[in-house]
Design a protein around this ligand. Sequence first.
Ligand SMILES: Nc1ncnc2c1ncn2[C@@H]1O[C@H](COP(=O)(O)OP(=O)(O)OP(=O)(O)O)[C@@H](O)[C@H]1O
Length: 616
Amino acid sequence: MSIPMSSPKPSRREQWKRTTQLVSILLRIYALTWQQARWGLLGTAVCRLMLALIPLVNMYLVTHLVNAVTEVITAGAELNTVLIILGMQTGLSIASAAIRSLEQMIMAALKLRIQAYIEEKMAEKSTRLPLVYFDRSDYFDSFHRAMGSQHSLILFDNSFMIIQSSITVIGYFTIVVSFHWLLAVGLLIFVIPSLVVNMRIGEQRFMQMINQTAIARRVSYLYNLLIGREAAKEIRLFGLSSHLIDQWRTSFMLNAKQKLKLERKGIAMNWGVDSFNNIVSSSLIIGLAWLGTKGRLSIGQYVALTEAFNSVNSQLMSISNNLSFMYQNVLYAQELFTFLDTPEEHSQQSAHALPLAKPLRQGIDIRDLSFQYPNQPFPTLHQVNLHIPPGCKIAIVGDNGAGKSTLAKCILGLYSASEGSVEYDGVNILDLDPAELRKRVTAVFQDFVRFQSTVRDNIGFGALDRLSDNSWLEVAASKSGADEIIESLPMQFDTMLGPMFDGGRELSQGQWQKIAISRAYFRDAELVVLDEPTASMDPMTEAAIFENFLQIAEGKTTLLISHRLGICKAVDLIIVMKHGRIVEQGTHEQLLRLGGEYEQMYQIQSKWYDSETAAV
Ligand SMILES: Nc1ncnc2c1ncn2[C@@H]1O[C@H](COP(=O)(O)OP(=O)(O)OP(=O)(O)O)[C@@H](O)[C@H]1O
């Protein structure tokens, strides 16, 4: 879908291909607008048609008015005709203003409708894309460009303007041609230079937008960092404000200078076009005066034609501007459609997703699984093999960066294997319906979300269909120990959490964690993944959570990622990971006997706990 723009001199074939692509984008926009707002579109078309005819009627009235006024002055005729024509002109102006207002109202509604539709589609698309896209900078570039291209869809407005102006101009041409064909040729000369200049500038603006996307994103990233909550503490603590503002200013100015250069070029070129048009316009008026000397024009016709020239000039400028805007908007719209056409998650496109037994019979098998992040030079997981029987409790341990969280995300189906497979009951995860799979799994991640919303939402988002079921909410809250926190809140489950909105109660890190764990429990899933859920909790709370966890995990397949090895004694299987591989697996006793990585980690931690106890 993306149109190659970099080659300075495209071949004829490339030009043809590019033109057909642009036309197909244009047709797609028309189809979309028609589908979304056909009555608005029809209403606008009718208004624009009437507005196109009004100047022609006015020209007719001006001719008669000037002639009638001349009669009054030179031959002492009655004022009646003048008054009647003036009355008609006033009526025409009022009608014209009313139609214009109506058209503006329809257009405002139409634009909002299209904007809502596009924003919804973009949000839908973002949530349906595979998670791995969010690790790619080109995805963010594409999203940023698509966001900035939304306005381009109102190019139907440009088309209407062009049609409206064209009808008026054709009317004027028909009248002008009846006086002398050379006058009509002169009128045509107006349009060509301004069209060429505007299209060139439009294309350069678009290319600039493409080239500046990455840096424009950095500018907005730095700005949001400066004004946002996330970095507020550290900016103050480390005194980063001036440094970050300097960085932001440098990036901003880099973009601004390039933009300014192009604007200057555009303004200078338009000045050239304006001067040229003034010369053409003066020549035409001289031509009119010459026709007058030949006795082929009345004063009224002379005045009306001069007005017509000025009007045609502005109408032709409007056509040329709208054509170039249309061209520019089609180029932008291409970015939007490129984003909207990005392929989604595997099975969402397939109607042949395979069913899954409930509960699982054979469990989960990971076969020769390798996974590489798009922005990493080497795979993060190498040839991982693991069998997880149904109902088995597994702890995954290992150094920082060993690949524990990545493995969990592959098992949850959030990342697709680069090589090998994850199978549920022998069915490749890629052949399962993602929506169906997600109903069967639940997780708490290290970087869980703090929804700036009610407690009910924060827990209930785990299973939307039970959002208003208080008894389920209470059970989920008590399992994680969040019930005590909720009890102390002014409106219990309906209390707003987080500082972002009025009346929101901020919680401590550990309290938020309990809420996030409740959310995971709220979904009654077969596979529960807890990725370091207790990192911010005090040891007493941690012990309680683990105890609870094991109790409620009875019968469920559970995967626990933790650096604290205390829990490992109570699980069925411990997996030790190092540099993206499983290096050891077994029970606590088996691994201690093995005397390998696990035993070393365990000894270090027990010494640490022992010395803590000794110190106390
Ligand atoms: N979103 C990402 N994009 C690129 N690389 C990533 C991403 N997330 C993790 N990695 C890389 O993958 C490797 C494994 O990360 P992972 O988070 O799976 O490790 P972990 O064992 O869970 O670590 P920790 O104990 O610190 O949480 C790391 O070297 C990291 O650099």
